[in-house]
Structures are given as structure tokens and as C-alpha cells.
Write a protein that binds this ligand. Structure first.
Ligand code: NDP
Length: 462
């Protein structure tokens, strides 16, 4: 499949030059976007240079630039009757394969660069599912933490007053992400209905009573585990049953990863939040964690009050340049909190402690150096755009159910999710083999996703 006249080194050099030309014209906040872009372009370099259609149709430039970036002001009033102003965004990146689709993130760290990184990743992730969905991302620098329900509602309604102009069931269908759970989706959906007088499936991740899909809440975390099981089987490794697993995060993705791990007989012993890490050698108490994080929105510090035999490690005691959770011995690791949360030091420690599998539940949680370490050491490494695609896959199932006004059972959605994750694993393993990088799921995922989108862009012209 490789063009014999071009070495991989040549291909990487050319691509690096291309990326740096793009980087020069942008500001620091876009670093994380270029990190994601560079990874994809390195993976697809041999394909890009072997097939001249991609250069002829200027696919890199066209794919690296979003179709449009919508940026707007969100004015709302807090409980003290003070007027607050935040920035809202929707980045509609690419709709070659279907309506724009991707989550909304509410977090103070949100800026255009972060959303471009997430939106770009979303294009290829959505392509991997084989479902008719394009790529997008959006959100705001609004921080729901510490806000009353009423304040969150007022922000969400103000956000939707602007966003509704740009979304629609066949145009753009946002979902949740960090800081946007079913509470926020409900407020957003309620406001959309008031403004437009329509009951369209314009958001996914809705509660059941608003037309949501069963198993959407669980989908990303369950999908992460289904993908890992398929990857371990493909690579002839031992299954997760009875194995120690380290999970980071304590949100939607992390807690449902833990739930599925418990269901299949694995032993998840950790979780983290923005303040610290819990290590419970007997396996974490999921019911307590769900109540703490989903109902009470509390801090993990509380876990050791109920379980004094567990250990709480505050962020201030993390190893220099690393994260405590990855310094605890495990068979499999599941970073499920945020980008760049697993560094080179963490990767080296995981390997030294015998970890054989890392699956990314969060988007781009491994730094480029950490990822390179895993790939060089040929452990099983499931990249985010493949491993966490279960959420968006079930979002697409939610769109199908909304369009047909039919509700599928939990078992039906879960079975479709499992099949989707197994197919993604099979597709990217096959592609990796075809392109001479057997076992490299990063290249396999990037090449598979890129080809699907680029071929449609070429077919449809400019
Ligand atoms: P949640 O908001 O439910 O949970 C996020 C968790 O990560 C929380 O425990 C939070 O801590 C922690 N966290 C967030 N930012 C930081 C940070 N900067 N440092 C340390 N900890 C942090 O989000 P989700 O579980 O939905 O999303 C987690 C990841 O998975 C994200 O990368 C998201 O993009 C990705 N993802 C989510 C999907 C979904 O369906 N929800 C689908 C695909 C990907 P605290 O509790 O203290 O706030």
C-alpha cells in the first residue's frame, strides 16, 4: 500500500512542514488543536502521499479548516441579580457524512482552540462508527460548578436563545460533554421548544421523558470497555475478568466505565476528580460514587469518610510531572477525565508496573510523548476517537428513534452499541495491518476515518 519511492521519514517531514505553516498563523490557544491535527496527519502521511487524489483535492487544508466557527455572547443574570457575560461557540467542522454532530462543553478552559481540537477529532470518530454523522463541537467558558440550579437554567436558556439559529435535526445536533449532563441538556431542550414551538430531536443525551434514548448515559463508558475487550481478544491478550483496572475521572464516562468493568468481573480500584485520586484496593464503591458525583456534585475527599481503608491522594501530592492514578499497579488503564492527563512519566510508570492495555475514554488524554511510549512498547493502546465513539454512536441511535418516533429497549441499544464497538475495533485493526503498522490502533483509526471522509469530499467536489 505504501508508495515505494517515499519513505515514512520523508512523508513525516513533508507533513510537519505543512503543519508548521498552519501553526505560524495561529495563537497559542490553538496548540491543542495542532496536537490533534499533527497526530492524524502523521498517521495518514503514507496514504496521503501514495494517493495523489488527496493532494490534488487539497484535502488536508480543507479538512483542517472548519466549515464555520460560530461565536456569540451569552448574557444571563445570577442569583444576586448581577448580569454575567460568557462566550458561546459552535464549531461546525465537517458534514460530509451527515449532519454536524458533537457535544457541548461548559468549562472555564473552553476556547476556540480546545473546541477546534475536539471538533476535528469528532469528524474522524463519527466516521469510524459507520453512522451518517458529521463532526462538530461547541460550548462555553461558563463554569456550572458552584452555580445554583436556577443559575444553570438561566445560563442554558440564554445560550440556547442564540444557538437555536444554527441547529436542526438535519443540520446540527449537539450533545453533552464536560459540564453538560442531562440537567443542562433538559434546560437547553426546553428553551429550544419554547422558541421554535417544535419537538425536534435537536439535541441528544436528552432524558427519557424528553425523547432520549435508553443506554445513552451509559454508552461512552460501556463502549470503552466493549472496545477494550475486542482489542485484547484481537491481540491475543488475557481478558479483563479478575484484573485490576485503573480509571481516571469521576464523571459520566469514568463511572460508566467502572460500572461495565464491575459487570464483567474486573476490579476497578481508582477514580479521580479535579482535586484528587481515590485508591480502593478492594474495588471502588460505585453506588457511593454515583450518589456523590451525580446527585450531590461533591468532592472525592468524602469517599474516605465512608471508606477509611481507601486512600485519598490530593493533587498537591501528585508525583512531579505526573498523576497519582497512573502510579498504582494495574493490568489495564482507562484515562477518562480530560485532555493531556497522562504524561510520559505516567506512561513509563504504567509500563514498569506491568500494564498491558491503555484505553482512552476521554478525548486525547495521553500526551503525544505518552502515546509514543505505549506504541513503541507495543502494548494494546485504544485511541479516544475509536474507543470512546460509543457515546456518539448511541446519540445517532437517539436521532433515529426521534425521527421514527419509536423507542428501542435498553437491551437493543446496548447490543447495537457492542456490535458497533466490535466493528470499529475490527476495521481499524484490519486497516493497520493493510498499511504495514499491525497492532497500531492509532494509525489504523486515523487512516480509516480519514479515508471515509476524504473520499466523500473528493466525490462531492468543492
Ligand atoms: P464529566 O463532566 O461528567 O466528568 C469529567 C470528570 O473529569 C470529572 O470527574 C472532573 O472532575 C474531571 N476533570 C475535568 N477536567 C479536569 C481537569 N482539568 N483536571 C482534572 N480532572 C478534570 O465529563 P464526561 O465524563 O462526560 O467527559 C470526560 C471526557 O470524555 C472528556 O474528555 C469528554 O470530551 C470525553 N467524552 C465524553 C463523552 C460523553 O458521552 N460524555 C463522549 C466522548 C468523549 P470534577 O468532578 O472535579 O469536576
Amino acid at each position: 500500500m505504501l508508495n515505494e519511492n517515499i519513505t515514512i521519514e520523508d512523508a513525516h517531514k513533508k507533513i510537519k512542514e505543512e503543519v508548521h505553516k498552519l501553526v505560524e498563523s495561529h495563537r497559542i490557544e490553538h496548540d491543542v488543536f495542532y496536537q490533534a491535527l499533527e497526530e492524524v496527519l502523521f498517521s495518514i502521511a503514507p496514504l496521503y502521499l501514495a494517493d495523489e487524489r488527496y493532494a490534488k483535492h487539497n484535502i488536508i487544508r480543507r479538512l483542517a479548516n472548519p466549515d464555520r466557527i460560530i461565536k456569540f455572547k451569552v448574557e444571563w443574570m445570577n442569583d444576586k441579580n448581577e448580569i454575567r457575560v460568557n462566550t458561546g461557540y459552535r464549531i461546525q467542522f465537517n458534514n460530509s457524512l451527515g449532519p454536524y454532530k458533537g457535544g457541548l462543553r461548559f468549562h472555564p478552559s473552553v476556547n476556540e482552540g480546545v473546541l477546534k481540537f475536539l471538533g476535528f477529532e469528532q469528524i474522524l470518530k463519527n466516521a469510524l462508527t459507520g453512522l451518517p454523522i458529521g463532526g462538530a463541537k461547541g460550548g462555553s467558558d461558563f463554569d456550572p460548578k458552584g452555580k445554583s440550579d436556577f443559575e444553570v437554567m438561566k445560563f442554558c436558556t440564554a445560550f440556547m436563545r442564540e444557538l437555536h439559529k444554527y441547529i436542526g435535526p438535519r443540520m446540527d445536533v449537539p450533545a453533552g460533554d464536560i459540564g453538560v449532563g442531562s440537567r443542562e441538556i433538559s434546560y437547553l431542550f426546553g428553551e429550544y421548544k419554547k422558541i421554535t414551538s417544535t419537538f425536534d430531536g435537536i439535541l441528544t443525551g436528552k432524558p427519557l421523558f424528553s425523547g432520549g434514548s435508553l443506554a445513552r448515559t451509559e454508552a461512552t463508558g460501556y463502549g470503552v470497555v466493549y472496545f477494550t475487550e475486542a482489542m485484547l481478544e484481537t491481540e491475543n491478550k488475557e481478558s479483563l475478568e479478575g484484573k485490576i483496572c485503573n480509571v481516571s475521572g469521576a464523571g459520566n464516562v469514568a463511572l460508566h466505565t467502572i460500572e461495565k468493568l464491575l459487570q464483567i468481573g474486573a476490579i476497578p480500584v481508582t477514580c479521580t476528580d479535579s482535586k484528587g485520586t481515590i485508591y480502593d484496593a478492594r474495588g471502588v464503591d460505585l453506588e457511593f460514587l454515583k450518589d456523590l458525583k451525580f446527585n450531590r456534585r461533591g468532592s472525592l475527599e468524602e469517599y474516605v469518610v465512608k471508606h477509611p481503608e481507601a486512600i485519598y491522594i490530593p493533587v498537591s501530592e501528585y508525583p512531579e510531572g505526573g498523576h497519582a492514578v497512573w502510579h498504582i499497579e494495574c493490568y489495564a488503564a482507562f484515562p477518562c477525565s480530560t485532555q493531556n492527563e497522562l504524561t510520559k512519566i505516567d506512561a513509563d510508570t504504567l509500563l514498569a508496573n506491568g500494564c498491558v492495555s491503555v484505553t482512552e475514554g476521554a478525548n486525547m488524554p495521553s500526551t503525544p510523548e505518552a502515546m509514543a511510549t505505549f506504541l513503541e512498547n507495543k502494548i494494546c493502546f485504544g485511541p479516544a476517537k475509536a474507543a470512546n465513539a460509543g457515546g456518539v454512536a448511541v446519540s445517532s441511535f437517539e436521532m433515529s428513534q426521534n425521527a421514527s418516533m419509536i423507542k428501542w429497549s435498553f437491551e437493543e441499544v446496548d447490543a447495537r452499541l457492542k456490535t458497533t464497538m466490535q466493528n470499529i475495533c475490527k476495521d481499524i485493526a484490519t486497516t493497520a495491518k493493510e498499511y504495514g503498522v499491525e497492532g497500531n490502533y492509532v494509525d489504523g483509526a486515523n487512516i480509516t476515518g480519514f479515508k471515509k471522509v476524504a473520499d466523500v469530499m473528493i466525490a462531492e467536489g468543492i
